[in-house]
Structures are given as C-alpha cells and as structure tokens.
Design a protein. Sequence first.
Length: 234
Amino acid sequence: MKEEFRRLQSTKERHIAIDGDSSSGKTTVGKILSRKLSYTFIDSGLFYRAVTALILRKNAQEKSEQWIEIADSVSIILCNDSIYIDNVKINKRELYMREVDELVSPVSTIKEIRDIITKDLRENSEGKNVVMSGRDIGTVVLKDAFLKIYLTANIEVRASRRFNELTAKGVKITYNEVLENLKKRDMIDSSRVYAPLSIARDAFVIDTTEMNVDDVVTKIILFLKGKEYAVRAA
C-alpha cells in the first residue's frame, strides 16, 4: 500500500480537477488531498476573487469593458497558498469581503474575463502535479485532467459551512444572508452562457452532505488508484 501511494505522489505532471457547487467542500478537500499527494493546490476561485477585489478597489462602474481591462492589465500568480497581483500579495480577508461575495459571480459570467483567468490558471499549473478546484476545471480549464471529481451537497449544509468559514475569518454576516447569496450564485453559475457550472461526462460525483472531509479525500484517492490501475492495464 505504501509503495502504491509513493507512486501516486511521484507521477509527473498529473492534474486532478475538482469541480462543484459553492461551499461543497472543494477547497478544504483539495488542500488536504494535495498535501497527501505532495501536489500543488490551486483554488481557481481565488483568481476570480482577486480580480473582483481589484475592480472594487478601482470603483469601476458595472460595465464589462472596464472589468475586462482591469483583469487583462494584471498578472495573477499563486505562491504558497497566497495570491499575488503584479507581485503584490493580497490580504485574504479582502478576498472574502461581503462586497466580493456579491460581485464575484457577475464578474465571472464575462467570457473575456474567464478566458484571461483560464490562461492564468493553466500557466500556474504547467509542469506541476496539481489539484485544482473550481466550477469549470474539468470541463474547460483542465479538460484533459487525469482525474475529475464533482462535489455536491445540500444547500442548507453548504450555507452552514460557508457561514462558519466566514465568521471564523471575522466577517460579520448572518446565516440567512449566506443562504440567499449561495442560491443567487448557484443560479448565476449554472445559467451563464459561457462555461456554466456543469458535471464533466467523465467525472466522479460525490455527495458530501453527510460525509466528513477525511472520508471524501479517501474516496478520491481510491478513484485515483482505480484510474492508475486502468491505465496500467490498458
């Protein structure tokens, strides 16, 4: 068993895509999985949040042209779980402000911005073993990922997880506000014209409503081993 796990760790340039509903556990699961495999973890949501925070900083009007110019004018890099815009580190608290929560989905519906961030995400994953989480990783960003996972959960459970996460970060918000925000984001993410939230045809779907994080990670590792065996047997 240990030899098999070491082999999974040492495989070169292997990508694992984790998509799913907002607050379904993508980030938490992705971080733990990447540590176990010694892979780099990339949370694509941080890239969209970074652009959204920059739009808010610049007080840009709600016009896609301005937002696109802002997204296209900067370089976004992930390093040691921190986001840098033009080599300047962004405070994580700013990325999770209520204003960012409310604007990030509308910003992410714009095709040109998604194209820009998709390019950034691919560049950040080049030449690395990567676990990447998001909403269109397996369907758009890393279409050829070795393993694709889709996480889902009951919306009330997701809202509770999100509420606890935000309050732990010092954000003042109510559970009902979080719940309504998730409903709105689900609607926007699944109905947008370009790269809507959807399940890749070759993805494994995991309902995390009644699962703890360790069980989800264990299940994904089993899927990964199964893919490895299938490749070797082919």
